[in-house]
Design a protein around this ligand. Structure first.
Ligand SMILES: *Cc1c(COP(=O)(O)O)cnc(C)c1O
Length: 381
């Protein structure tokens, strides 16, 4: 696959996204690009020769699309997926011409010329989008690349079967079909019969389209076996250390570490009301630490109920505030934890998936919620 991006686009990769110094920040997010590369290699090994893209939507699942892409490029990855056109334009600016960048959600009507100018490939999800891209190709006076997505049973994005069946041959005039793809709804449940039903529907639908490389598997789809691999896999979550095989040992390396700084410590007497609404009252004398991280940083009010320091669990007490959380540090020796020390929210003691479990959500939501106020440290580049 060769990109037709404009040669004039800058060749540089955006520098670290961090705008706040480590000393000034309330919390530090460490992203291990070496672990992302190792995770890519582990997925490649499973794919045995099948190509492997990188999914970078939502700014690389919150970790920095440009930085993640640069790391994956070093592993030979040259196909990326984003969700929105704006994400694609930003990524093209960061990476320059070269890698193929597909826009999963398709192009909003009227935005086609922006995609052409940035050398981005739409994932065409409807007959109307196909017609618009066909007309863009006529206006451009050349063939334009695209992926065609069919709905094999998730009912979210992609051409419904009836639309695929109704397509005429000339509908594809001017369109260089780089990929025929679909997406699995239940890939993280290997025993779910919906997986095989979707695979068979995908087989039938792609048989009605012009011959092109095929793609079905996301992270968990890679672990469903080689019949789901086709010509290209599209992992996101697994690259970022989220377990693609829930319920089994995580085959991926952890990528993210989140540490928050202690802003203040104090001792309180029995009966002290703690935090907004006094939802917690001290049942005896307590030592407390307030950390500089709160729901404005994406740590939801309902999210994980403890931080960790040197392997010791420090439970949250009272409500999560916008910019702070109060911890019960009575389990540590007095004076052990003080202003400026770091406690761990995500790391060896509490994985992304653990934090998600405590919050009643999935690791994807934890990562993509991580806020803009952290000092971001990229290691292992
Ligand atoms: C998000 C997404 C992926 C990646 O899924 P993961 O579960 O994160 O691996 C792949 N394909 C499509 C169409 C997606 O929307």
């Amino acid at each position: 696959m060769i990109s037709d991006a404009k040669e004039s686009l800058p060749q540089t990769v955006a520098a670290s996204g961090s705008t706040v110094s480590e000393a000034a920040a309330g919390a530090i997010l460490t992203i291990d690009l070496g672990a992302i590369r190792e995770n890519y290699r582990r997925l490649k090994a499973r794919l045995a020769g099948v190509r492997c893209a990188g999914v970078l939507k939502a700014d690389g699942y919150g970790l920095g699309a440009a930085q993640v892409a640069s790391a994956l490029i070093k592993e030979g990855c040259d196909i990326f997926f984003v969700a929105l056109l704006g994400e694609g334009i930003a990524l093209r600016r960061a990476l320059g011409a070269g890698p193929d960048i597909f826009v999963l959600n398709g192009l909003p009507p009227g935005s086609e010329s922006e995609a052409v100018a940035a050398g981005l490939h739409p994932v065409v999800n409807s007959a109307a989008q196909l017609k618009a891209w066909h007309e863009s190709a006529r206006a451009a006076g050349r063939k334009l690349p695209a992926a065609i997505q069919v709905d094999s049973g998730m009912s979210r994005l992609g051409m419904p079967p009836a639309e695929v069946e109704a397509l005429t041959k000339d509908a594809f005039d001017g369109v260089d079909i780089r990929l025929v793809m679909s997406h699995l709804a239940c890939a993280d449940e290997p025993a779910n019969p919906a997986n095989e039903a979707q695979r068979l529907a995908f087989e039938r639908l792609r048989g009605m389209l012009p011959k092109a490389p095929a793609s079905l598997a996301n992270s968990s789809g890679i672990f469903l076996g080689s019949s789901y691999h086709y010509d290209l896999a599209r992992p996101g979550a697994a690259l970022y250390g989220i377990n693609p095989t829930p319920g089994e040992t995580n085959p991926m390396l952890p990528v993210v570490r989140l540490q928050a700084k202690v802003a203040q410590t104090r001792s309180v007497e029995e009966g002290a009301g703690i935090g907004y609404g006094h939802t917690y009252r001290a049942r005896g004398p307590l030592r407390l630490a307030t950390i500089s991280l709160g729901y404005a940083d994406g740590w939801h009010r309902r999210a994980a109920s403890a931080a960790w320091f040197e392997g010791v669990r420090l439970p949250f007490v009272g409500r999560v505030s916008m910019d702070s959380i109060i911890l019960d540090i009575s389990a540590l020796p007095a004076g052990r934890l003080g202003e400026g020390n770091l406690v761990e929210l995500i790391g060896p003691s509490q994985t992304v998936d653990d934090a998600a479990g405590h919050a009643g959500t999935i690791g994807y939501e934890i990562l993509t919620s991580l806020g803009a106020r952290f000092h971001r440290r990229y290691v292992g580049a």
